[in-house]
Ligand binder design. Structure first.
Ligand code: ATP
Ligand code: MG
Length: 227
């Protein structure tokens, strides 16, 4: 690394929406504020009150990729996204802290009135639509249920309503979206929250700048551990 690149600000990758919003208090705890709002600004690179830190705004599922390749030194991503990313890139990222933000759960849901238990008991082959194919495949394999997985990129709730799938595997927090679409949760697969992820080379080369931020995030997120 050239001396010039050591002067570059550290780059934190995150998605707009709930992760951005729930990260602001963690940055505040480290004494850092962000004046630009990614919901209204079209900028994808946001400066912060610290000359040593900038943010980049990327799709939630792209955060691990930016961090793995070192385009961002660290990032914040949901356990759901990290588990799918790790299918192709096991161990690529250092994941020091559970930030306990953007909490929800990964669930199986079906149309209200669909007898999921009976379908499972009878050994029916289920069609399951999801964005989380690894988590879904492993869940049904553990249960010994045969499934045909259909990969979707969003609006999973629609799939059972139009006959694309018998069930979906999706994230749920309040259950309001399921209810609004006449769906019901039949199984929880796992609890989900967002983690801090760190590029391994950045931690070695830029640890003096990174470690204090990692420590501040750990202190600010209840239940977090620094290493
Ligand atoms: P995109 O909008 O780019 O397709 P996305 O829908 O996964 O991606 P968000 O909705 O911002 O993006 O979700 C980001 C992360 O927040 C998810 O990866 C998950 O960990 C968490 N999350 C998703 N839905 C909820 C929810 N309803 N409540 C709390 N956390 C959630
Ligand atoms: Mg979403």
């Amino acid at each position: 690394m050239s001396p010039a690149s050591l002067d570059k600000p550290l780059t934190l990758a995150l998605s707009k929406g709930r992760i951005f919003e729930e990260t602001m208090p963690l940055l505040a705890a480290a004494g850092i504020s962000v004046t630009e709002n990614p919901e209204t600004s079209r900028k994808l690179i946001l400066r912060t009150s610290s000359a040593g830190l900038q943010l980049i705004i990327v799709r939630a599922s792209d955060v691990p990729t930016y961090v793995q390749y070192g385009a961002a030194d660290f990032g914040i991503a949901g356990a759901d996204v990290l588990y799918e990313h790790a299918a192709a890139h096991p161990g690529a990222l250092y994941q020091p802290i559970d930030l306990n933000i953007a909490r929800c759960r990964l669930c199986v849901a079906v149309r209200t009135g669909f007898d999921y238990e009976a379908a499972v008991r009878q050994g029916s082959r289920l069609r399951v639509a999801t964005k989380y194919v690894r988590a879904a495949r492993e869940h049904f394999a553990r249960k010994g249920v045969y499934v045909d997985l259909i990969k979707l990129y969003g609006s999973m709730e629609l799939a059972p309503l139009v006959g694309l799938a018998d069930a979906i595997v999706d994230l749920v927090s309040t259950g309001g979206t399921l209810k609004a679409n006449n769906l019901m949760e039949v199984e929880e697969i796992t609890a989900i929250s967002s983690r801090l992820i760190v590029n391994k080379a950045s931690l070695k080369m830029r640890g003096s700048g990174l470690q204090p931020l990692i420590d501040a995030f750990a202190r600010a997120s209840a239940g977090g551990t620094a290493r």
